[in-house]
Design a protein around this ligand. Structure first.
Ligand SMILES: [Zn+2]
Length: 361
């Protein structure tokens, strides 16, 4: 089966790094803004608004990129807004052939209209459950897991970690920190990570995106993260990669590879934020060849105007990957998922391997 956008959509996929507030439908942003009286949107029809998001996110700086979230977060402050966005997120991912998704957001950013942290999580998880049900009825079942993010410039990370543990039997799979990376090292939130570890609970850390190796070192060595959000700057610790001889790995890169710490790579987003100069220069393929545990992710589907299938197609077009490569990246993601081991195995054995077997012919 040739690799096209349509055929890749048929392939079972798993995403570990997708932001709820980065994946709204432009039409939904407009409708929710009208409903809640938010009048700051920069465009007033769905097509123009979609373009605005992508162009603003294309500026090349993580800080500018993060500005676009002011608008999406503004329309996600009510029970209806949260529920609808979460439900549509599940439906959109499922329609793209995603069978397992971990979708994250920062509850502390959704309190502007009086909701409590627990209410924010409650309505979001309810939206995921509704989306799962609608997706199953449409013949595209998906399992949705919610990750709770704390903002790294704020001081609520321990509270959000506690929230994640409180909701872990009810749809929340883990914890994360995100936001502007420079000046806000992961170790600033050490108490939150220690709380997660003490409770045998899962977490990932955005590190090695806007900032380099010290951020990754802290995330893995001090904080003990299970996965790295992006982690592309691990290449700062890989030497002689373009000399033709075997690349040499430094201590941190060796540790990340030895420990099989998954890298949540987001090709389009990494280019947009300037973490890498272009898709052709993205270290995805270098890291895959060096046998790091690489995974393919969307990050922010609205801002990058993308889907899981499009991210995979871009990698196919850039690096010449085939079905067996896409299957390997998908199994990497499932092995790294924050759900119980038997559940991961079941998705790999019952959905992913049979799905790719058909495509491989
Ligand atoms: Zn992210």
């Amino acid at each position: 089966m040739p690799l096209t956008l349509a055929s890749i959509r048929q392939a079972p996929k798993a995403v570990l790094h997708d932001h709820l507030d980065g994946g709204l439908r432009p039409a939904t942003v407009l409708e929710l803004a009208a409903q809640c009286g938010y009048d700051q949107l920069p465009a007033h029809d769905a097509v123009a608004l979609g373009h605005w998001f992508r162009d603003a996110a294309d500026s090349g700086s993580l800080e500018r990129y993060l500005e676009t979230f002011a608008h999406t977060v503004a329309v996600m402050q009510t029970p209806e807004g949260l529920r609808r966005v979460a439900s549509e997120c599940a439906q959109d991912l499922a329609a793209d052939g995603v069978v397992y998704a971990e979708v994250r957001f920062a509850p502390e950013q959704h309190l502007a209209r009086g909701l409590t942290l627990d209410e924010v999580v409650e309505h979001t998880v309810a939206g995921f459950r509704e989306g799962e049900q609608l997706a199953a009825e449409a013949g595209t079942p998906i399992r949705m897991v919610c990750l709770l993010t704390a903002m790294r410039h704020a001081a609520r990370s321990l509270e959000i970690a506690e929230l994640a543990v409180r909701w872990r039997e009810r749809g929340v799979g883990g914890f994360d920190i995100a936001g502007a990376e420079a000046g806000f090292p992961p170790s600033r939130h050490l108490d939150a990570f220690e709380y997660m570890r003490a409770n045998c609970a899962h977490f990932t850390i955005h590190a090695g995106e806007a900032f380099g190796l010290p951020s990754i070192h802290e995330a893995v060595a001090f904080c003990g993260c299970e996965r790295l959000g992006h982690g592309v700057r691990i290449t700062d610790d890989i030497f002689d990669a373009d000399t033709g001889s075997a690349p040499r790995l430094g201590l941190v890169a060796n540790y990340v590879r030895d420990q099989r710490i998954p890298l949540e790579l987001c090709p389009s987003s990494n280019v947009q934020t300037g973490a890498v100069p272009s898709l052709e220069k993205h270290p995805f393929d270098l890291l895959a060849r060096l046998r790091f545990r690489v995974t393919v992710n969307t990050d922010n589907r609205l801002m990058s105007d993308t889907t899981m299938s499009r991210e995979m197609l871009k990698l196919v077009e850039t690096f010449g990957y085939g079905w067996s490569d896409l299957e390997r990246f998908t199994i990497n993601a499932m092995k790294s998922a924050f759900i119980p081991f038997p559940d991961r195995l079941r998705i790999i054995d019952e959905l992913i391997k049979p799905g790719y077997a058909v495509l491989l012919g």
